[in-house]
Design a protein around this ligand. Structure first.
Ligand SMILES: *[C@@H]1O[C@H](CO)[C@@H](O)[C@H](O)[C@H]1NC(C)=O
Length: 136
């Protein structure tokens, strides 16, 4: 009995070390996972057709879960999350979601998403539109 319990406890030591190392490794991986990045859409210009918003987005690599922060004057502008038809036609589709607060934080879904400004009919065609593809 005593012998066998001694034997078990010695055998347990390497296992404890393995588990400890494994836990440290996993914890390290978790803490080094990529944190979501917040992007201020349009940079210093904000959500504004002063520059085409697609130009701002070009060349950036977006990940699902990143945050797009749209800053705009809520008296003169809005943000609508539309589908591809809405983006192409500059007319919000049925079911599009509108943001009117002037400061919209939107979490990027995986895949393609489309944003347009529709407060003024000419905004979207002037460049207040953006298509973004987020990877996983
Ligand atoms: C966008 O939504 C409208 C309204 O629901 C729909 O008619 C249209 O086919 C959709 N476009 C796409 C590309 O899914």
């Amino acid at each position: 009995m005593a012998r066998s319990s001694v034997h078990v406890s010695y055998a347990t030591v390497p296992m404890v070390i393995v588990m400890t190392v494994l836990c440290l490794f996993l914890a390290n991986n978790v803490t080094h996972a990529r944190m979501p990045v917040t992007y201020y859409v349009g940079g210093v210009y904000g959500w504004d057709p002063i520059i085409p918003m697609d130009t701002w987005a070009r060349g950036k690599i977006f990940y699902a879960g990143d945050i797009l922060e749209f800053k705009y004057d809520y008296l003169t502008s809005n943000v609508m999350v539309v589908n591809r038809t809405g983006y192409e036609t500059c007319i919000a589709n049925e079911g599009a979601k509108e943001y009117t607060s002037g400061d919209a934080r939107i979490s990027l879904p995986y895949g393609l998403s489309y944003y347009i400004g529709t407060y003024d009919a000419s905004d979207c065609s002037a460049g207040l539109k953006m298509a973004i593809r987020a990877i996983s």
